[in-house]
Design a protein around this ligand. Structure first.
Ligand code: OGA
Ligand code: MN
Length: 292
């Protein structure tokens, strides 16, 4: 991890400590130290919100967040909602806190594809928060890429071509995939909703910045083109978005809280662990608006 610059974003009044923020790489992401997410005052919450909108991914090491406290923290970014796929296990008494687990006899659900969470929903989640409880050192990293930068990197002509265009997002890939997993219930493919159209370039509701909003997992094509016709251009966009220069790769430590903005990032869970390598995280999401 390279701390490219270190800026103090505020003094914490409750314990006299100073919350410190440092960039994680050139593309996106910042680490925030010396803060307790279970005890944030108004000013600290506002500073974290501002940092989040600037850096898109925030990493908070050494947190000890009970499920209820994780929900309360996530609420700072929008109403906390349960996962629409009711196939996932949740923490007892906390239906909005998903358990992401890999251990012997319970292999974890794979997320080794670039995606923005549930982009096929009418209102995809704005923000996702993962809290790592147990990890196997150096395995199961999560990668993130910056979709503002992906859009900015395109030529003027392609940006103009994409503006106002819509793409179709389908939940079919998730359903197909969940059928292969231990945490799946039997799903009737008829339950999968028809693909949903979202703008290819969305305007972030807080920052007002344009971001590319397509992903290789859920996006099946442009609204007014065939899937075959759409594929080459979608492949080009995904290749631009996932260039190494546009990616932060997070190596997990127990206690980490990592949050990302689904409106302007994609993420990818690296599948380099086996069933005997323990991985246990709690996940919450804050609801978002319909992309526009
Ligand atoms: C998710 C997800 C990544 C991971 O929770 O939405 O993609 O590394 N998880 O577990
Ligand atoms: Mn995800």
């Amino acid at each position: 991890m390279i701390a490219m610059d270190l800026e103090v974003i505020r003094d914490m009044s409750d314990n006299g400590k100073t919350m410190k923020l440092s960039r994680l790489c050139g593309a996106l992401g910042a680490e925030v130290r010396d803060v307790d997410l279970a005890r944030l005052d108004e000013a600290a919450s506002a500073a974290i919100r501002d940092a989040f909108h600037e850096h898109l991914v925030l990493v908070f090491p050494d947190q000890d967040l009970a499920a209820g406290a994780q929900v309360a923290f996530t609420e700072l970014f929008g109403p906390v909602e349960p996962h629409p796929l009711r196939t996932r296990r949740t923490v007892d008494g906390h239906p909005a806190v998903l358990i992401i687990e890999n251990r012997k006899g319970r292999p974890g659900a794979r997320n080794d594809y670039w995606h923005s969470d549930i982009s096929h929903a009418e209102r995809p989640p704005a923000v996702s928060v993962l809290h790592a409880l147990k990890v196997t050192d150096g395995r199961g990293d999560t990668m993130f890429c910056n979709m503002y930068r992906a859009f900015d990197a395109l030529s003027d002509g392609l940006r103009e071509t994409l503006r106002g265009r819509r793409a179709l997002h389908s939940g079919m890939a998730t359903y197909t995939r969940s059928l292969e997993h231990n945490d799946a219930r039997t799903i009737d493919p008829g339950e999968v909703k028809p693909p949903r159209a979202h703008p290819v370039v969305r305007t972030h509701p807080v920052t007002g910045r344009p971001a590319l909003f397509v992903n290789p997992h859920f996006t099946i094509g442009f609204e007014d083109m065939t899937e075959d016709e759409s594929r080459p251009l979608l492949d080009t966009l995904h290749a631009v978005a996932t260039r190494p220069e546009n990616v932060y790769r997070h190596r997990w430590r127990a206690g980490d809280v990592v949050m990302w903005d689904n409106r302007c990032t994609m993420h990818y869970a690296v599948m380099d662990y086996t069933e005997d390598m323990v991985r246990l995280l709690h996940r919450t999401t804050a609801a978002g608006d319909a992309p526009r």
